[in-house]
Ligand binder design. Structure first.
Ligand code: C2E
Ligand code: CA
Ligand code: CA
Length: 627
């Protein structure tokens, strides 16, 4: 730009320099002529040398005039150019006339030549002034134009710079927005694949990884499903912040445990975690599981509380998956699930390795869960009766009703389906069925034979979390017409009985109906004593485990004696269960027991068989005494 400006300037300069040179050279041409005239004047004549110089000077003038003519063609701007030409031509005409006269009339013309030279000199000075003045003006104009151009260029530059800054700003804003969007996307991705509380991979992420690990030839994948025991109690007792602390703590334990083996720990939801490892051997895996269980069981300090949970683990390896079913995420997870389920049922805080038998068991349980509700309606649930015998008289005074399931024509014992029925909740229907059916049958029998046989039914502790139980019992009594005092409800203390206050209320209500309450399986765990004191009961049934070794173990005898003593102090009836031999009968009687139930007097049998036997007892010939 600067270059363009100076270029412009120099073009004008060159043109003006030409004008000026023409002007100055013309002056010197005129002066040369005047000088020759002066020399001739001094000499008093024209010497031949001076004549030659005069002619040469006239030639120069001629050339100069020609130059001015050329300049004039392109240069109408300088007003005095025309005057200069006119004066120079007049001077040249005089000079030519002098030469033409062979300088003979020089004396006459020299004055006129001098005057014409003066006039030409004057007009040339004016010309030069004008050219200089014009040059200044043009230069000023040019500089102004150049300045204008420069200003324009500067403004353009500033605008361009501003545009640059603005676009930079926009670009940066765009980049920031893109960065923020990318960060947001990354956060969403993280949330989509990670659990926000523990930061562990979530179920979706875990399944992806498991799928990828299984999707290679000969994978060696071990899957551990880890479930916390007692987590709900932490939440309920200490609040959710405490629960969260436990979950985070467990996450750290799992991560630390799997890191050396390059494994992955994930949180599947709630208090369920999973671990993926590429370890083909079972024994180091079992050690790892034991370590995890042990570490999770250690108490955790939270604020001023010490929190403690246990963990159950189900372990499945790809090699466990039967040939014939596909080795995929679903099947391996289901296998580990079976194993976890087994750990939980086996009393929690342990690890179970999946095996096929386990799966078969599970499938059998599932089938039962599906079939049981229908079994009641289809008349395939029935009850057996086992006699309760008065030790003093040896006669049956009542029965315990024990459920049986006739499944595909085969009798299934309760131990094979009660726990499943409890888990699925169908136990409520089963117990109600036995209660109603047994009450009806016994009431009917008593009515027909003038007897007052009693009946005991078992109630799962699951009922004691439901306030509707009282109506169930009342309805059965009303429908059967059985006097309430002939009905005994047997209950077993279990860990599942969560709310003892509510259970206590329900028990009192049953009591108020006039029915009796019996505490079943007493002595299976001696902890029952405390519970005995706080519960309104009419009877306790001493568990078979106390009777089993009574012939050989002094401890068992001592325990039975102590329990009978407590029962007497609390004025409770006592039924000793599981008596199988005459010797057991003798010892139990010796300890002061009054009622007995066991194979020695009769196994559970179909109701009609049991009642027929009881009827026979009432005919003196067939009476069987408890000797
Ligand atoms: P339980 O209430 O302790 O019932 C007594 C169990 O001991 C019965 O087993 C009975 O056959 C068995 N038994 C009685 N005397 C002897 C003996 O001398 N020796 C031996 N070895 N066993 C004896 P069963 O009928 O198989 O019932 C098992 C358990 O199933 C019952 O134990 C009870 O807890 C539960 N159950 C049975 N029927 C029902 C029911 O209708 N509802 C509920 N919720 N549970 C039931
Ligand atoms: Ca019982
Ligand atoms: Ca029992």
């Amino acid at each position: 730009m600067q270059g363009t400006a100076s270029q412009l300037k120099s073009t004008y300069q060159t043109f003006n320099d030409l004008r000026l040179r023409n002007g100055y050279v013309a002056i010197s041409d005129v002066q040369r002529l005047v000088l020759i005239l002066q020399k001739a004047g001094v000499a008093g004549e024209m010497t031949p040398e001076l004549e030659g110089k005069f002619e040469a000077a006239a030639d120069f003038l001629f050339v100069r005039i020609n130059n001015f003519h050329r300049v004039l063609e392109n240069d109408s701007n300088v007003d005095t150019t025309g005057e200069v030409i006119a004066e120079l031509e007049e001077l040249l005409d005089l000079a030519d006339a002098t030469i033409a006269s062979d300088f003979s009339e020089l004396k006459d013309t020299s004055t006129m030549l001098g005057l014409a030279a003066q006039a030409a000199g004057r007009v040339l000075v004016a010309y030069l002034d004008e050219v200089r003045h014009m040059q200044d003006e043009q230069l000023a104009q040019q500089s102004a134009a150049v300045d204008k151009q420069l200003t324009f260029l500067r403004v353009t530059l500033i605008v361009l710079m501003l545009l640059g800054v603005v676009s930079l700003f926009l670009l940066r804003r765009d980049r920031d927005a893109r960065q923020a969007q990318e960060e947001a996307e990354a956060r969403v991705r993280h949330l989509a694949f990670n659990d926000p509380l523990t930061g562990l991979p979530n179920r979706v992420h875990f399944q992806d990884r498991l799928g990828a690990m299984l999707d290679v030839p000969d994978p060696s994948v071990a899957l551990l499903l880890v479930d916390l025991d007692g987590f709900k109690a932490i939440n309920d007792t200490y609040g959710h912040a405490a629960g969260d602390a436990v979950l985070r703590h467990v996450a750290v334990i799992l991560q630390d445990a799997v890191r050396p083996h390059g494994g992955i720990a994930a949180r599947l939801g709630g208090d369920e975690f999973a671990v993926l490892l590429q370890m083909p051997d079972e024994s180091p895996l079992k050690c790892l599981c034991a370590d995890i269980i042990e570490m999770i069981a250690r108490p955790l300090q939270f604020e001023r509380e010490m929190l403690q949970v246990n963990a159950s683990i189900g372990l499945a390896m790809d090699a466990d998956i039967r040939s014939g079913i596909s080795l995929d995420t679903d099947n391996l997870t289901r296998a580990a699930d079976f194993a976890l389920y087994a750990s939980k049922s086996a009393g929690k805080g342990q690890c179970t390795v999946y095996d096929e038998v386990l799966e078969q068991q599970f499938l059998r349980r599932q089938a039962m869960v599906n079939e049981m509700p229908r079994a009641i309606n289809d008349g395939n649930m029935e009850f057996y009766l086992q006699p309760k015998v008065n030790l003093a008289t040896g006669s049956t005074y009542g029965f315990e009703a024990l459920v049986r399931w006739r499944r595909n024509g085969v009798i299934v014992p309760p131990e094979d389906f009660i726990s499943t029925a409890e888990e699925s909740g169908v136990i409520m229907d089963i117990d109600r069925f036995v209660l109603c059916a047994a009450s009806r049958v016994i009431a009917q029998f008593n009515k027909e034979h003038g007897t007052d046989l009693s009946v005991s039914v078992n109630f799962s502790t699951v009922h004691f979390n439901s306030p509707k139980l009282i109506n169930v019992v009342n309805d059965a009594l009303v429908a059967s017409g059985l006097p309430p005092e002939l009905l005994t409800i047997e209950i077993t203390e279990t860990v599942e009985m969560q709310d003892w206050t509510q259970a206590g209320d329900i028990i009192s209500e049953i009591h108020q109906l006039g029915a009796r309450i019996s505490i079943d399986d007493f002595g299976a765990g001696f902890s029952s004593l405390a519970y005995l004191r706080t519960t309104v009961a009419d009877e306790i049934k001493i568990d078979r485990s106390l009777v089993e070794e009574i012939e050989t173990s002094d401890t068992s005898r001592f325990l039975l004696d102590a329990v009978l003593d407590i029962a007497r102090n609390l004025e409770l009836d006592v039924v000793v269960e599981g008596v199988e031999t005459q010797r057991q009968v003798d010892i139990v009687r010796g300890l002061g027991a009054t009622s007995i139930q066991g194979f020695f007097y009769g196994e559970p049998v179909p109701a009609n068989v049991a009642l027929a036997r009881a009827l026979a007892e009432h005919t003196p010939t067939e009476h069987r005494s408890a000797s």
